[in-house]
Design a protein around this ligand. Sequence first.
Ligand code: ATP
Length: 244
Amino acid sequence: MSENLLEVDHLTKRFGGVTAVNECSFTVQKGTITALIGPNGSGKTTVFNMVTGYLKADSGEIRFRGEAITRPRPADLYRRGLSRTFQQARIFPELTVEENLVVAAGYNSRQLFGRRVSDSDRDRATKMLGEFRLETLAQLPAADLSYGQRKLLEFAAVLMSDPMLVLLDEPTAGVNPVMIDAMEQHIRERHAAGVTFLIVEHDMQLVMRLCDPVIVLDQGAPIAFGSPDQIQKDPRVLEAYLGS
Ligand SMILES: Nc1ncnc2c1ncn2[C@@H]1O[C@H](COP(=O)(O)OP(=O)(O)OP(=O)(O)O)[C@@H](O)[C@H]1O
């Protein structure tokens, strides 16, 4: 039976005279890789920011696992199983790759340098380095990583919280083709292991082969929802993209 992991209900956000998100409603079902697409400025990032507690909605409601989460703290959501990445990967450039993963397991820097990190969390960080093939980079400052490697590291760090739902904001933007394949593979592996995804992505080929269902936003509200096949044939979607 399908289960709504995330419910977005009549969400609205204005910036001055601009209505960025307009009575927007959709759901993300458990076990899916759901895409949120739409032309530039259609409100995708603003929706992400409200769902993850970085922006307060003017009105509307968000429910995660059936509970209202209107204006939660990002750290609380992280603990409850909802985490996200950013268009520009947010990592700690001065920490090593390995330390970034350990910090993501919930430690502050004093615990990190005071050696109070538990063995099991160190082991999990080591496993994650292996899963993401970052072992050889483990002791480098994250600042030394390429743009694509930083995005992979941020994704790996997000997974350290064992999330149920991960929101990825343009995971492959600006990333080379080899890294795009790596990112796709990691998303597929984690999805197979039970993680649900909501992904904002401009690479339509990737969206169409990876995601189902696809939600299309235009001017702050969904105009279409369906399988990749349905979306590609929908005249409203073509018009929204071609008209923009
Ligand atoms: N902090 C802000 N202040 C003022 N206007 C904003 C702000 N953030 C977003 N907007 C406006 O809200 C609208 C939606 O922007 P948003 O970034 O959510 O769209 P998007 O679909 O993520 O776009 P893109 O695909 O280009 O990233 C746009 O008109 C944008 O200019």
